[in-house]
Design a protein around this ligand. Structure first.
Ligand code: ATP
Ligand code: MG
Length: 445
């Protein structure tokens, strides 16, 4: 974490964070949830948890009989405030414990708890998500989200420093950019509409409008019927688009530098969180390798005897194997460039029958994190490709028109933030990286 919450307004309850408590510093006030209670007869140990960590408070019958009497009724997860003297203690978490002089229960928790917070009991993800409000209290779960917050703050910081414009495009639209089957239909007054799959068309319209460089820290909805550990229905998507590029390598440069910045910031500012998660985050300081799609197929064939089912795309196994291949060479992140069969908005390099689109995927720790590339800014050429691909141009009239009044060369990408957090925090399932995830079977909580 960067700083401490240091709000001195008089209406805040007087307290400091557990991480600020130092031995022999005089009387302090702390507040938080009761994480653990240990009753040893004449001694009661309370472990109190706040956002910054844990602290031990020791109630001694001999020393403070009244407080000792009061603490007999304490329950797990009660919210308490304690004033006392911090003293050194080898056994206590953080090496400090508090001898209380004041003890107050601010709010009692119901019992029994449907989910254990402090004990490391093996609960399946579905039960955890059913009880997410409690699950989120676990220090290791909180660590995921403070880490996520660090990554996002740093990511935005990079784009702000580079003078990208922070944009917001609509979440409600008439159609989608990525294909009809994955759209969530909604009723918009008396009309059929859809939740947005991607800000793709709008980002490009802003390039035509001369905004030059934009980013959107947004949300995308995909009605995919998946059962994987890397898909969700509501996705945190970080979209970027920039104009006056020479080619798609300029876009990869932006992706690479901004990601490196975010990872560096996480390694620096989220040290405690990474520690709680037991993650040794290696920042990829060297250039990310950029291989062509054909080279990727070659590596898969010669090194692993693997042939993706669809010869124009990499499958999950292919991405994973390539991930291992580059990880062994010290590269957790790399780009695959020039997929042959791509959506109409990607610029194509055509040589005879061979088509290599200027599309790239970023693969990080064996999983696709983003797709991007250079876009086709020549509207006539784009409409030709749409017709070749059987895309109904009538559905894209507003977009085609917007690009037809002079559009600079441009490109961009969409980065899946949930997948980024999943990979950085080394989580098995993407849903663990989302506070309240949505999948085909989950609309609550
Ligand atoms: P995949 O092939 O892995 O399903 P995609 O190629 O369909 O992904 P894109 O349209 O390229 O996805 O979206 C850009 C990025 O958004 C992806 O690289 C990924 O990080 C993220 N993303 C897309 N769909 C999902 C999803 N259903 N759940 C989580 N993240 C997603
Ligand atoms: Mg993709």
């Amino acid at each position: 974490m960067r700083g401490q919450l240091d709000v001195t307004h008089t209406y805040m309850i007087d307290r400091i964070h557990t991480s600020q408590v130092e031995a022999d510093a005089g009387s302090v006030a702390i507040a938080g949830h009761v994480h653990e209670i240990r009753d040893l007869g004449g001694l009661v140990f309370l472990i109190v948890r706040d956002r910054e960590g844990l602290i031990q408070v020791v109630f001694k019958e001999e020393r403070e009989p009244e407080l000792f009497e009061a603490v007999q009724d304490v329950g797990s997860e009660d919210v308490v405030r304690i004033v006392g003297e911090p003293v050194e203690s080898d056994q206590a978490p953080g090496g400090v414990e508090i001898a209380p002089t004041e003890y107050e229960v601010i709010d009692e928790a119901d019992s029994p708890l449907p989910l254990e917070i402090s004990k490391d009991v093996d609960v399946d993800l579905s039960t955890r998500l059913d009880n997410r409000a409690l699950d989120l209290r676990k220090p290791e779960v909180l660590s995921v989200f403070t880490l996520r917050s660090e990554l996002m703050t740093a990511m935005e910081e990079w784009f702000e420093a580079e003078e990208f414009v922070d944009i917001k495009t609509p979440r409600i639209s008439k159609g989608g950019a990525e294909g009809g089957a994955e759209l969530f239909p909604i009723l918009y007054y008396d009309k059929d509409a859809f939740l947005s799959q991607s800000p793709q068309l709008y980002k490009q319209m802003l390039m035509a409008a001369g905004y030059e460089a934009v980013y959107e820290n947004g949300t995308a909805f995909r009605a995919e019927d998946f059962a994987t550990s890397r898909h969700v229905s509501e996705i945190a998507m970080f979209d970027v688009e920039l104009a006056y590029i020479e080619d798609h390598h300029d876009v990869m440069d932006v992706q690479e530098e901004s990601l490196r910045h975010a990872l560096r910031a996480a390694a620096e500012n989220a040290e405690r969180e990474l520690d709680v998660l037991d993650v040794d985050l290696q920042v990829p300081e060297e250039d990310f390798p950029r291989i062509t799609f054909d080279e990727a197929l070659d590596i898969l064939e010669t090194e692993y005897g693997h042939f993706p089912d669809d010869p124009t795309d990499l499958d999950t196994k292919g991405e994973k194997l390539l991930g291992e291949y580059f990880e062994e060479q010290g590269h957790p992140a790399f780009f695959v460039v020039g997929y042959p069969d791509e959506k109409f908005y990607y610029m194509q390099d055509v040589e005879g029958d061979d088509v290599a689109s200027r599309k790239f995927d970023l693969i990080y720790k064996g999983q696709e994190l983003s797709s991007g590339g250079q876009r086709e800014h020549d509207v006539e050429r784009m409409v030709e490709v749409m017709e070749e691909q059987g895309v109904e141009t009538a559905n894209f009239e507003f977009y085609i028109e917007a690009l037809s009044f002079g559009t600079p060369p441009h490109g961009g990408y969409g980065l899946g933030i949930d997948r980024l957090v999943q990979k950085v925090a080394e989580l098995d399932n993407i849903k663990e990286a989302i506070m309240f995830p949505r999948d085909p079977n989950r609309l609550e909580p």
